[in-house]
Design a binder for this molecule. Structure first.
Ligand code: NAD
Length: 485
């Protein structure tokens, strides 16, 4: 049965607890809407606290056996999951487009990225290396090993309904942990549809549970106060991240926080313009700008700003906007009316304060939460979009003259997720990268996300890293044994 058939038959719209579909104790449901048509796609079960208790009971039991399995045995299950998702990537992409709206090309990119976390962490599962060494003074041996941290609560956003989940599930399973995942209420269907596939891959019953809900705050808070939970891994806004950190403090949970961004993208005078425009298109328009990594402030050296702006506006104007299921469409709708209205307000504000509209900027009429690719030049420092995530297809351009000035402006934010630099002078470009207070920097590239690399931010963009070797360690505790023999 395909993912779409399962969804249509309503099989994948209930809670997934202990390997079974459940209606939920309250019987409450909430609606998921197609952002391109505003039509109802599914009515999804809403979890309440007693459902969370059942999921935690199941995960606790399943984890005992899973954590005791050899790393190789865990690794092979993860590798099968990678293969199965890859085999069914078109179906998952269709489902992502249906509930999130993104164009099918973006959805397919997401599925590949999402699946890759299973392959990468299948490889990492067997590399939880420890250490043995001599204590310098006491003569003892120092033995260091990593053990599964315990049950993990995973909370994910709507912008990548598959990848933001697999980026947490795969390392948690590699480490030996059981999980409860609470997907975003806008896009719960993809994560639910993934569950039969994980079963097929050999993930034991109860180890992974999915709890969509319309009571996110209460449900997550309840789980974070259960003594069996040891990890909270969250991707979403900084505001909600702060709340979860407060809740996590009560039981001193291990937090992994992937929060908001306000990425600067700097184009120096010696940049290759083709590379810079192509990179900016990727950094801005991947996932139609609904990405924490999206270039939010574009700083272009004044000597090349006219040429750069003209070329960027031309490239943005060529993008086809429409229902993401159409393979010719580049830019689907935004996820909901609020997100679209926020993007429109950013544009209106920037233009009212002196920004110049180079293309786009007019909200279309009719059904669907569409907004056209937009370029604004001459954006003033006081514009709201300079300080806040735009989270939409709007490129906001400013100019600079002096390197130190642009670095200071780039760093002048509470966020520190990712920055982009375009320059052909590698020595000075790398010096600039080091001065940028960001967890990640794209150098002559518009994409940094890679399952093999540690993804994460500094300052209020978060705590911890996902992917790379670090990703699995977020779900492990380090134990040190001081030994004499
Ligand atoms: P959000 O913070 O509103 O929601 C994220 C998740 O938290 C959803 O599942 C939501 O239902 C849940 N949630 C909301 N309130 C909650 C509460 N009080 N307690 C517990 N859970 C709660 O974010 P969003 O609008 O879904 O996503 C957009 C944000 O996510 C942006 O700020 C973006 O930068 C950020 N993001 C960050 C990364 C990263 O890796 N750093 C990746 C993707 C998105």
């Amino acid at each position: 049965m395909t993912v779409m058939e399962e969804t249509n038959r309503n099989l994948a719209s209930d809670l997934y607890i202990n390997g079974a579909w459940k209606k939920g104790a309250s019987g409450e449901r909430f609606e998921v809407v197609n952002p391109a048509t505003e039509e109802l796609i599914a009515s999804v079960a809403s979890a309440e606290n007693s459902d969370a208790d059942a999921a935690l009971d199941a995960a606790e039991i399943a984890m005992r056996d899973w954590a005791a399995r050899t790393p190789r045995a865990r690794s092979e299950v993860l590798r099968r999951a990678w293969k199965l998702i890859t085999k069914r990537q078109e179906e998952f992409a269709q489902l992502i487009t249906l509930e999130n709206g993104k164009a099918c090309v973006d959805a397919l990119g997401e599925v590949t990225y999402a699946a890759e976390f299973f392959r990468w962490f299948a490889e990492e599962a067997v590399r939880a290396d420890g250490l043995i060494t001599h204590a310098p003074n006491s003569g003892a041996r120092i033995l260091v090993q990593h053990k599964p941290a315990g049950l993990a609560v995973l909370v994910t956003p709507w912008n990548y309904p598959a990848a933001m989940g697999t980026r947490k599930i795969a390392p948690a399973l590699a480490a030996g942990c059981g999980v409860i995942i609470k997907p975003a209420s806008e896009t719960p269907l993809t994560m639910l549809a993934l569950m039969p596939l994980l079963e097929e891959a050999g993930v034991p019953r109860g180890l992974v549970n999915v709890l969509p809900t319309k009571h996110s705050g209460a449900l997550v808070d309840h789980m974070l106060h259960d003594p069996r939970v040891r990890v909270v891994s969250f991707t979403g806004s900084t505001n909600v991240g702060r709340k979860l950190l407060h809740s996590a403090a009560d039981q001193v949970l291990k937090p992994a926080m992937e929060l908001g961004g306000n990425a600067p993208l700097i184009v120096f005078s010696d940049a290759n313009l083709d590379t810079a425009v192509k990179g900016t298109m990727l950094a801005k328009m991947r996932n139609l700008g609904e990405a924490c990594t999206a270039a939010n402030r574009i700083y272009v050296h004044e000597s090349i700003s006219d040429a750069f702006t003209t070329r960027l506006a031309a490239a943005m104007s060529q993008l086809k906007v429409g229902d993401g299921t159409d393979p010719l469409v580049d830019v689907g709708p935004l996820v909901n009316a609020d997100t679209r209205n926020k993007v429109a307000a950013f544009v209106d504000d920037a233009v009212a304060k002196g920004g110049r509209l180079e293309c786009g900027g007019v909200m279309p009429e009719g059904k669907g939460f569409f907004y056209p690719p937009t370029v604004i030049s001459n954006v003033p420092e006081t514009a709201a979009c300079v300080n806040d995530e735009i989270f939409g297809p709007v490129a906001a351009i400013q100019t600079f003259r002096d390197e130190e000035d642009v670095i200071n402006r780039a760093n002048n934010t509470e966020y520190g997720l990712v920055a982009y630099v375009f320059s052909e002078d590698m020595k000075s470009a790398l010096q600039v990268c080091e001065k940028l207070d960001y967890g990640m920097v794209g150098l002559n590239r518009g994409i940094v996300s890679d399952p093999a690399a540690p993804f994460g931010g500094t300052k209020q963009s978060g705590l911890g890293r996902e992917g790379g070797h670090e990703g699995m360690l977020e779900f492990m505790e380090t134990q040190y044994i001081s030994a004499s023999w």
